[in-house]
Write a protein that binds this ligand. Structure first.
Ligand code: 3PG
Length: 395
C-alpha cells in the first residue's frame, strides 16, 4: 500500500476488498475486530484523497439477496470507526452501486452490499466468476486487497478481480503475512504451539507442518480426546474422531522421534451432558467415567500448559481448550489465554474462535503481540498452502 500511496491516490478510484465478516446477533455487531483491523488502510487511502469503494462478504448467503446477511449494520459501524460518512449501496454491482460509485468525491467511502448476494462471487465456474469480477473491477482504477480472512478463497473479489487492475496489498494483509511467516520460518525458541477446538481433522495439516518446527505442541479442547484415545485411554462420551485415532498415534510417535514435547491434558472437567448448567467434575485424563464427557481441561492441565507458555519465546495459539461459551467450562481457555498475556514471548492468536474467546473472556487485546483476523486463512497459511488471494497479488 505504501507504494500506491507514494505514487499518489488523489482522485483515483480504489476498489478495496475487505473482510467485514463480523459476528452478528440480529443486526447488532457482537465483535467489530475485523472492522477496526481494516480501518487504517481505508483511513490512509481517504486521507490521501482516494475515492474508495469497499466490498466484502458477510456470512454464507446462497448467491442471492438475503436480508439477514446485509452489510447495512456494518456500513454504519464502519462510519463510526472511521469517524466519517460511509455511503452504502443496496446492491453489489447494480444501479445503486453504479450511481453511488460514480458520485464518490475525493476522500469519500462507499460500501457495497454483500458480495455473496451474487452467485458469481463464489462460483466454481471460472467464466462466471470472471464476469462478476469484471463488473466489480469497473468500480476501481486500482485494486487493494486487505481481506486477510478471505485470502484462502478462490472467489471473484479475492482472486479474479485482482488480476484485472493494478493490485496492492493493504496494511492488514502485509502485517498478517509478516507475523505468520515468522511462525513458519525462524521462530525464536522455545517455540510453543497450543492447539484446541473441536476437531483434530481440521488441524491435521497444521500439525504436520509445525511439528518439525516447534519445541512443545500442546493439545487441548475437543481434539484432545482423540489423542487420549490414541494413548489407550477411554474418553467416555467425549468428542472422539474414531477415524483419526491412528493418525494421532502416528503424531505421538513422530513427536517423540523429533524430540518435541507433545503435551496432552492430565485432568479434565467432565459433565453428565452437553449443557451450560451441567455440574463439572474434575477427573484424571486417564479416568474419564464412561457416562460423562470432557468439556474443558482441568486445573492441573491449565497450570501445566500455562507454565510452558510463560517460559516460551514464541507462542501460537489456535482453538479453545473447552466449551468456553459455557462459563463453567471456560476456565481452561481463560488460563491459557491469560498465560499468553502474562508471557513476555512473541504471542500470536489465530483463528476466529480463539480471537472471539479473547474478547468475550474480557482479556486485553493489547496483551498479545498479534491477533490474526483470519480463521481458515491463518490455518491454511500455517499449513504451508498457497493461498489464492496472496498468489493473485503476487503475479
Ligand atoms: C472467515 O470468517 O474465516 C472468513 O471471513 C471467511 O469466511 P468463509 O469461511 O465463509 O469463506
Amino acid at each position: 500500500l505504501d507504494e500506491l500511496l507514494s505514487e499518489g491516490v488523489s482522485g483515483r478510484r480504489v476498489l478495496l476488498r475487505a473482510d467485514l465478516n463480523v459476528p452478528l446477533d440480529g443486526s447488532t455487531i457482537t465483535d467489530d475486530g475485523r472492522i477496526r483491523a481494516v480501518a487504517p488502510t481505508i483511513q490512509a487511502l481517504v486521507e490521501n484523497g482516494a475515492r474508495v469503494t469497499v466490498c466484502s462478504h458477510l456470512g454464507r448467503p446462497k448467491g442471492e439477496p438475503d436480508p439477514q446477511y446485509s452489510l447495512a449494520p456494518v456500513a454504519q459501524r464502519l462510519g463510526e470507526v472511521l469517524d466519517r460518512a460511509v455511503a452504502f449501496a443496496t446492491d453489489t454491482v447494480g444501479d445503486d452501486a453504479d450511481e453511488k460509485n460514480a458520485a464518490l468525491a475525493d476522500g469519500e467511502v462507499l460500501l457495497l452490499e454483500n458480495l455473496r448476494f451474487n452467485a458469481g462471487e463464489t462460483s466454481k465456474d471460472d467464466q462466471v466468476r470472471a464476469e462478476f469480477a469484471g463488473e466489480l473491477a469497473a468500480y476501481g482504477d486500482v485494486y487493494v486487497d486487505d481481506a486477510f480472512g478471505a485470502v484462502h478463497r478462490k472467489h471473484a473479489s479475492v482472486y479474479d478481480a485482482a488480476k484485472l487492475l493494478p493490485r496492492y496489498a493493504g496494511f492488514l494483509i502485509a502485517k498478517e503475512v509478516e507475523v505468520l511467516s515468522k511462525l513458519t520460518g525462524d521462530a525464536e525458541k522455545p517455540y510453543v504451539v497450543v492447539l484446541g477446538g473441536a476437531k483434530v481433522s481440521d488441524k491435521l495439516a497444521v500439525i504436520e507442518n509445525l511439528l518439525q518446527k516447534v519445541d512443545t505442541l500442546i493439545i487441548g479442547g475437543g481434539m484432545a480426546y482423540t489423542f487420549l484415545k490414541a494413548q489407550g485411554h477411554e474418553v467416555g462420551n467425549s468428542l472422539l474422531e474414531a477415524d483419526q485415532v491412528a493418525t494421532c498415534e502416528r503424531y505421538l510417535a513422530e513427536a517423540e522421534k523429533l524430540g518435541v514435547d507433545l503435551l496432552l491434558p492430565v485432568d479434565i472437567a467432565t459433565a453428565a451432558e452437553f449443557s451450560a448448567d451441567a455440574e463439572a467434575q474434575v477427573t484424571a485424563a486417564d479416568a474419564i467415567p464412561g457416562d460423562r464427557m470432557g468439556l474443558d481441561i482441568g486445573p492441573a492441565s491449565a497450570e501445566l500448559f500455562a507454565e510452558r507458555v510463560r517460559a516460551a519465546s514464541t507462542v501460537f495459539w489456535n482453538g479453545p481448550m473447552g466449551v468456553f461459551e459455557f462459563p463453567a467450562y471456560a476456565k481452561g481457555t481463560k488460563a491459557v489465554a491469560q498465560a499468553l498475556v502474562d508471557s513476555s514471548a512473541y504471542t500470536v492468536v489465530g483463528g476466529g474462535d480463539s480471537a472471539a474467546a479473547v474478547r468475550t473472556l474480557g482479556l486485553p487485546e493489547d496483551g498479545f503481540s498479534h491477533i490474526s483476523t483470519g480463521g481458515g486463512a491463518s490455518l491454511e497459511y500455517l499449513e504451508g498452502k498457497t493461498l489464492p488471494g496472496l498468489e493473485a497479488l503476487e503475479n
